[in-house]
Design a protein around this ligand. Structure first.
Ligand code: NI
Length: 173
């Protein structure tokens, strides 16, 4: 397993729609290693979620663990995830490992049900409320090239983008 560098806002891989994983590939050591590396990278950050594009891989895979490794049953690996349903609304502070140092209040569904494959290729479905629903929506967004800053109102988004541009110019991003 390896801790991989996390790609930051500004890199095109974060803006692409990620490609579905061929389920036959889940038997390959390459794909299993990729998943292990995503988990390791998420825990090391530390973070509660990571999508494959964030390590530069444009595939529809995300990992989530709200316990950051403390709960042995806390880890979710989702391959080719899709929403089954979303309802309600919550407003909470949110950040992203690809936009380090910035947080903002983002509107998200209060409850979300996601289905997909686990790392063994078995069909699974998970329901999340509150923080888990937020994490589902955040990671699903990554697979479609959307970042949390895109969900902000213009002024707040412009302020973050301007600060990041400034950091980039001085080589600090
Ligand atoms: Ni993120």
């Amino acid at each position: 397993m390896a801790i991989l560098p996390i790609v930051r806002l500004g890199r095109s891989v974060l803006r692409e729609a990620a490609q579905p994983v061929d389920p036959a590939r889940l038997g390959s050591p390459e794909l299993q290693t990729l998943i292990d590396d995503m988990i390791e990278t998420m825990y090391a950050a530390p973070g509660i979620g990571l999508a494959a594009p964030q390590i530069g891989v444009p595939l529809r895979i995300f990992v989530i663990d709200l316990s950051v490794g403390r709960d042995p049953h806390g880890l979710l690996v989702m391959i080719n995830p899709e929403f089954v349903s979303r309802d309600g609304m919550q407003l909470e502070e949110e950040g992203c490992l690809s936009v380090p140092g910035f947080n903002a209040t983002v509107v998200r569904p209060q409850r979300a049900v996601v289905k997909g494959l686990n790392r063994e290729g078995v069909a699974v479905q998970h329901e999340g409320t509150d923080l888990l629903a937020r994490a589902f929506q955040h990671e699903m967004d990554h697979l479609d090239g959307t970042l949390f800053v895109d969900r902000l109102r213009g002024i707040k988004r412009d302020m973050i983008v301007r600060k990041i541009r400034k950091l980039s110019r001085s080589g600090k991003w």
